[in-house]
Design a protein around this ligand. Sequence first.
Ligand code: IMP
Length: 440
Amino acid sequence: MANLLVLGTQWGDEGKGKVVDFLAPAFEIIARYQGGHNAGHTVYLQGKKIVLHLIPSGILHPDKVCIIGNGLVVSPQAFFKELEDLKALGVEVGPERLLVSRAAQVIMPYHPLLEKIAETSRGQKMIGTTCRGIGPCYEDKAARWGIRVADLLEPDVLREKIVDSLALKNRIFEAFGYPPLAAESILAEYLSLGERLAPYVADVSLFLSEQIRAGKSVLFEGAQGALLDLDHGTYPFVTSSSCTAGGVCTGLGLSPREVNGVLGITKAYTTRVGSGPFPTELKDEVGARIARKGDEFGATTGRPRRCGWFDAVAVRYACRINGVDLIALTKPDVLEELTEVKACYAYRYKRTVLKDFPSEPWILEKVEPQYRSFPVWTRSIHRARDFSGLSAGFLDYLKWLEDNLETRVGLISTGVDREDIICRRDELEKVLGEKARLLG
Ligand code: IMP
């Protein structure tokens, strides 16, 4: 197994950062293929909390090359801020190990403003976005107004594109009572950002193809989660990119043959930030306890996450559409304080029982989740590192999850530190082959 895709199987925040950080030693390159600085990938390193938004989580390993693919929307300001934050933590990163695709889209100052107007116009029906300009930047890409990283290096091209874009956008700002934006000041700022970005800019598709041909292996790091995917998520309450497996090919310029395995990250309960249907949501004290114990606050916006029981209907769907080979289960220890643990195996809708996930919000809002209840395991698994020491109660829960997801669990994260992880070597070897030996 050469290249592995790691992606979220729920609504994001499954703990991808930690798992990517754990797996990184087995790969030479870590590449992101979609999203932007709306993501928040948290890694704890020697007790220090590090949140990465745009730069792949593998960057914390000094010998790894990290890639920002063409499928991303890049805020140059966020990029340099993240580099500074890393430097302050003692992680030096230069262009020799961080590449940004020439074809990635650039988030411009008008994008967050357009997002504010769109969200306000939706009123009660707002998506609850991260307000980073992600959606409007992808809209411009699809509408062919987008400014790409390579454009920042060509003053004449950039000037023309900014002027053309503002001709339309300033009319929108005017209509909504905002002052128009001046092309010249944006041009000056982005040319200077382009100069700073230039050493990092590369033909990422070519670089990756050459590296793979030379025997290097790549870990593809997904952001957000399958249920936030623009096409396959709970549309319209989704993000604007392809978080699912298909996004790797379009977002990095690689053939599907280069994705050799898929690891799905799955939290032992469910969370969601922003609006949209959430069948197993707990609006009671149990949900609040899970939120407190799990520290469920958005890593990017600080917003409290909505919490609920594990939803096997949703995760089974994510496993199917992504071809998940193996699951990394995160945060099961958070459930230990409760008196019982529940997991949903089907939805009742009108007079039928649904076992397949419907992505239409009007159906998801009306379904009644069917639950199986489990007693809480008696022996704590918090910070456990060895599979053989796990209690029978937890193993029952785990077996139930595997049966219902028709997918094996190969990793169990039991705490925030890099070392708080249980590794089922036999399962990992089936997906990672020899590489499994390189891990912790
Ligand atoms: P956007 O990506 O900012 O456009 O937000 C669209 C939806 O995706 C909102 O519900 C956000 O809360 C959600 N979202 C975006 N990024 C993340 C993430 O990294 N974790 C969880 N939810 C996210």
